[in-house]
Design a protein around this ligand. Structure first.
Ligand code: ZN
Length: 150
């Protein structure tokens, strides 16, 4: 039987793992989109790279430094959006944002991203979890300014 706390431990373990060994953590040499993101509340700083062709995110990566939540979230994001159409990635971000900010989010399947659902209980950390997503959105829309979580 899996209790609520076991599930929470599992989520923690996935977050630790993605923080220790972030996936797609490198500069993307053939990127045609990139943006910087900064969360001044926590000091998280990252750059997201993407190669977009025919409105599909063919490849995505990030570099930077920050807290465990921001790094794990960025790592999970790259896995979640790679190979997806831009419209789907945006929808995923909307659902993820709902999960993090609403007490009774719509029941959508976020897959592995659900490991971040516990962040909802720590409103100050929501910005850490969404930084990579805001930055990706800026990269895709080719906004030139640095993404701010404020
Ligand atoms: Zn942070």
């Amino acid at each position: 039987m899996t209790g609520h706390s076991d599930l929470r431990d599992l989520y923690q373990e996935v977050i630790f793992d993605h923080n220790r060994q972030p996936r797609n953590f490198h500069v993307l040499d053939d990127a045609n989109r990139s943006a910087d993101g900064h969360n001044p509340l926590c000091g998280d700083q990252l750059t997201v790279y993407a190669r977009v062709e025919d409105d599909i995110i063919q490849d995505v990566s990030f570099v930077g430094h920050g807290c465990a939540i921001s790094t794990a979230s960025a790592s999970l994001m790259t896995e979640a959006v790679k190979g997806r159409p831009i419209a789907e990635a945006k929808q995923l971000f909307d659902h993820m944002h709902q999960m993090l900010t609403e007490s009774h989010p719509e029941d959508t399947d976020l897959g592995k991203l659900e490991v971040l659902s516990g962040v909802r209980e720590f409103p100050a950390r929501v910005k850490c979890a969404t930084l990579a997503w805001h930055t990706l959105q800026n990269a895709i829309t080719q906004a030139t300014q640095t993404a701010q979580t404020e």
